[in-house]
Design a protein around this ligand. Structure first.
Ligand code: ADP
Ligand code: MG
Length: 254
């Protein structure tokens, strides 16, 4: 049975999407079967993996509405063998309102992914920057939460809300939910700030922080506009090296 990991943090710009795209791609390139599930109406993971959300007639939106199966909308990532995507579309922005009154609306994603789980080693869910119905669906569907934290000012601000939400979901809806790991991102070793934030996060999440730290690397920010994960766009970059190292750590072989 594949492991379902929700990549969540209601703060925007902390590298949720970058992590889903690049960790997913590195695991696939290391021979794992990987599914990326894009739940963000911005569809950045979808486009970052080389698919054009504007051209897709069926996406996760129709899956959540119960019109089609997840199987019917999943597509292969054009540049990475073994990596598949359930794409998002801007229509998901209406989900919050449109799903009002739908029975068990927080479990729609879990039910949709059920039949697919055994076909993958890892399923990564990219969450939007909010704690609304889409992130809730991701937390209910997941076995673990990966929390990316940007090594910047206010890194820990707002995390209490996320941790409370995770506890609430665990108590009421998904008892198997655990914090999979906390990932330090956009680390700049030349600044005291990055070093201080990293230390503070390690103290706060004792034992839960990945050994791998993702450095700030311009190749990581360029790759999405080429529709490729960094491991394809520039395999020798520091960004690619870091996400390969994280992939090995996640596989338990680092
Ligand atoms: P989120 O999904 O949490 O909103 P993104 O993954 O979209 O965050 O990242 C926010 C921005 O930062 C994007 O422009 C992305 O390309 C850039 N970025 C993410 N990680 C790095 C990194 N390690 N080095 C440089 N730029 C990064
Ligand atoms: Mg994102």
């Amino acid at each position: 049975m594949g492991k379902v990991v929700a990549v969540a943090n209601q703060k925007g710009g902390v590298a949720k999407t970058t992590t889903v795209v690049n960790l997913g791609a590195c695991l696939a390139l290391l021979g794992k079967r990987v599914l990326v599930v894009d739940t963000d109406p911005q569809a950045n993971a979808t486009s970052g993996l080389g698919l054009n959300p504007a051209k897709l007639s069926r996406t996760l939106y129709q899956v959540l509405l119960g019109e089609v199966s997840a199987e019917a909308v999943k597509l292969p990532c054009p540049s990475v063998p073994g990596l598949e995507v359930i794409p998002a579309s801007i229509e998901l922005a209406g989900a919050e309102v449109e799903l009002v009154g739908v029975a068990e609306r927080e479990s729609l994603l879990r039910r949709a992914l059920g039949p697919l789980r055994s076909r993958y080693d890892y399923l990564f869910i990219d969450c939007p920057p909010s704690l609304g119905i889409l992130t809730l669906n991701a937390l209910v569907a997941a076995d673990g939460v990966l929390i990316p934290i940007q090594c910047e000012y206010y890194a820990l601000e707002g995390l209490g809300h996320l941790l409370n939400t995770i506890q609430l979901v665990k108590r009421r809806l998904n008892p198997r939910l655990e914090i999979e790991g906390v990932l330090l991102t956009m680390f700049d070793g030349r600044t005291n700030l990055s070093i201080q934030v990293a230390e503070e996060v390690k103290k706060h999440f004792r034992g839960k922080v990945y050994r791998t730290i993702i450095p700030r690397n311009v190749r990581l920010s360029e790759a999405p506009s080429h529709g490729k994960p960094v491991a394809i766009y520039d395999p020798r970059s520091r960004g690619a090296e870091a996400y390969f190292e994280l992939a090995r750590e996640v596989m338990g072989s680092a």
